[in-house]
Write a new protein. Structure first.
Length: 303
């Protein structure tokens, strides 16, 4: 048992009708406009430097660095742009960077009183505490977006288990490319082709030092070719009925590599990658990076 609150909880009326998960809401629905405006103005209050930078990034002209004026100017024609304000503010706020990366959370006085009470929490004056409130607000409102704590921005809501697996893969070789791929896939303004590019680069960064360590010009295609031709020299951690044969690995790499149709602009098959391709590519890359980083792909042991 962790927290008594459950993100999968539904209203009684919905539980009685169906067990299907409620659809997430795009943009800023009416019920989220007021609380989100209030959060933005509170977060930016007393921060003229941050207001000015956010306004510049949003291409908004302000008479003075006033948070209410910024919110009014941005949301007048399209309330969904409030999410862009949040996205930019989180990414530019260096005080938040400090609270997350240096100061960190503090041990709570209530720690140990109940198993659902966290042992650590953000101080009330911490910028991270305000962002935690924002994250809860978005979840309660059924927003399709949540806080990306690692990259200090908003991202499309992803299953928590999947997110955790991705975060673990991001700290090894190829992690920088995985972060870029994840942001381009699930960020406020997705870029599927960039996401796919970075997914391929992430796997290259993890695989080449293991499979072709002396080849300074190696690509994922070369990795695939080597593993296919020298498959008897490599094995997977799971032996299974095929004695750890790398066929599943080469099939996964082949799908990622050959599906990269945006790689060469002059080729007859060139086209921008689709969003669903980018999503599949980044999750495939997470698995492959993890396999290479943890030794699940290794030289076959003699005998």
């Amino acid at each position: 048992m962790t927290s008594p609150e459950n993100s999968a909880w539904q209203l009684l009326s919905r539980r009685q009708i169906s067990t299907r998960e409620e659809a997430l809401l795009e943009g800023v629905p009416d019920h989220l406009i007021r609380p989100l405006r209030a959060w933005i103005t509170g977060y930016l209050d007393g921060r003229p430097d941050l207001i000015e930078r956010v306004a510049l990034r949003m291409r908004v002209a302000l008479g003075s660095p006033n948070p209410e004026q910024l919110v009014d100017a941005v949301s007048a024609s399209d309330p969904s742009k409030l999410l862009d304000v949040v996205d930019v503010a989180l990414h530019l706020d260096k005080r938040l960077w400090w609270d997350l990366d240096v100061a960190g959370p503090e041990r709570t006085m209530e720690a140990g009183l109940a198993d659902w009470i966290p042992a650590f929490g953000w101080p009330k004056e911490s910028r991270a505490k305000a962002v935690e409130v924002l994250d809860e607000m978005l979840m309660d409102a059924g927003s399709a977006f949540e806080v990306d704590w690692r990259q200090r921005r908003l991202q499309r809501r992803v299953d928590a288990t999947v997110t955790t697996a991705a975060e673990q893969a991001m700290i090894v070789d190829g992690g920088r490319h995985l972060q870029a791929s994840w942001a381009a896939t699930y960020g406020r303004h997705p870029d599927p082709s960039k996401a796919y590019d970075e997914a391929v680069r992430a796997v290259e960064a993890a695989a080449i030092p293991i499979i072709l360590p002396t080849d300074t010009k190696a690509t994922l295609g070369k990795v695939l070719s080597h593993l296919t031709q020298a498959s008897d020299k490599w094995e997977l951690a799971i032996e299974g009925p095929n004695g750890g044969a790398v066929t599943p690995l080469t099939e996964m790499i082949s799908m990622l590599w050959k599906g990269h149709v945006a790689r060469h602009a002059g080729s007859p098959t060139f086209r921008p990658q689709h969003q669903d391709e980018a999503q599949m590519a980044v999750h495939l890359a997470v698995t492959l990076v993890h396999w290479f980083a943890t030794g699940a792909v290794r030289r076959r042991r003699s005998g």
